[in-house]
Write a protein that binds this ligand. Structure first.
Ligand code: FAD
Length: 292
């Protein structure tokens, strides 16, 4: 329960953070909200030689729209995201997800950058990023890369981030007209990680059919993933065609590979994926219709 020894530094700006990551490549861990990292340190599952506290870095918690994208700084907390009125409407699923993470203490401290970098296979934001075709900005002292979310979450607790990089921003393309989104999760008890989580972002064509749709699933595989078969089943379908929605739910369940654990048996989770996919699509359609 007592972490091993490490050096501690609290840089005052991003350049200083990137300098440490370059000079101590592979030895450093960034500390954001600490809700995932501190338990790992205490159990000695992580033993960095240097801890880089991000609390002194300003200007990385902004939420703004620029060049047709919503840009959220890595240090924006779950609470900020949940409570930001500018996300109402176009980015509703982000507010759904942020408001359902953990408990108030987690939401006050935990950050979107920390959550995405940590890449817990049951975390909520990754499914949202995948559904919305978001991109992730990875910065090092040598420059910047913008990585599509569908390529960022590579495995359990593993991302495309290099050891000398910091995740600085997440960018969400602004949805077009007649768009709606939703994030739906089931948790065993309030404050638990998702047993299953489904994120949906869709747009309707002028004739009311589904023009495009992105679906991200969490907690039912080694890492969050795009339910591409369900997406294909829904494209051009009528959102009022219950059979099409059920086929999409079944396709999402078939693409999942949940494990039996304290949250429930694998078959139960697969059934939840099918049901929650239908519910999340219906909610997103309702929102798209009211956005007209
Ligand atoms: P930290 O713990 O500070 O860091 C996590 C990891 O990311 C570390 O390896 C750190 O080095 C790295 N890191 C942090 N920031 C960056 C960055 N900008 N660039 C690169 N690397 C970085 N999450 C959910 O999604 N849903 C839940 O329902 C949920 N419930 C929770 C319940 C409990 C009781 C707890 C303790 C956590 C829960 N979480 C949940 C996780 C929570 O959202 C964490 O806040 C989040 O996973 C990590 O964010 P953090 O800011 O605390 O990161």
């Amino acid at each position: 329960m007592i972490p091993g020894e490490f050096d501690y530094t609290r840089p005052g700006d991003l350049d200083a953070v990137l300098k440490v990551l370059k000079e101590r490549e592979g030895e450093a861990k960034l500390l954001a909200g600490g809700h995932s990292l501190l338990p790992l340190l205490k159990f000695r599952l992580a033993a960095p030689a240097v801890l880089v506290d991000l609390r002194g870095v300003t200007g990385l918690d902004g939420i703004s729209e620029e060049d047709g994208e919503l840009r959220i700084g890595a240090l924006a907390t779950h609470r900020q995201i949940h409570e930001d009125p500018s996300l109402a409407g176009a980015y509703e699923l982000l507010r759904d997800a942020a408001g359902g993470i953990g408990d108030p203490q987690i939401r006050n401290w935990g950050t979107i950058g920390g959550s995405c970098a940590h890449a817990d296979p049951s975390a909520d934001y990754p499914a949202v990023l995948i559904a919305t075709m978001a991109t992730v900005v990875c910065r090092s002292a040598d420059g910047e890369r913008v990585v599509p979310a569908r390529e960022f979450f590579t495995d359990t607790f593993t991302t495309a981030l290099e050891p000398n990089e910091m995740l600085t921003e997440v960018r969400f393309p602004r949805p077009g007209p007649r768009s709606g989104s939703s994030y739906t999760k089931i948790e065993r008890r309030a404050g638990d990680f998702s047993t299953v989580g489904v994120a949906v972002q869709l747009s309707l064509a002028e004739d009311g059919s589904i023009a495009d749709v992105g679906i991200g699933l969490t907690a039912v595989a080694d890492s969050p993933f795009a339910a591409t078969d369900a997406e294909a089943a829904l494209r051009a379908a009528s959102p009022d065609n219950d059979d099409a929605l059920r086929r999409a739910g079944a396709a999402a369940a078939a693409q999942s590979s949940p494990t039996t654990d304290s949250h429930g048996p694998a078959d139960y989770k697969r059934a939840l994926v099918a049901e929650l996919t239908v519910r999340a699509v219906k909610r997103a359609v309702e929102r798209a219709r009211s956005a007209r």
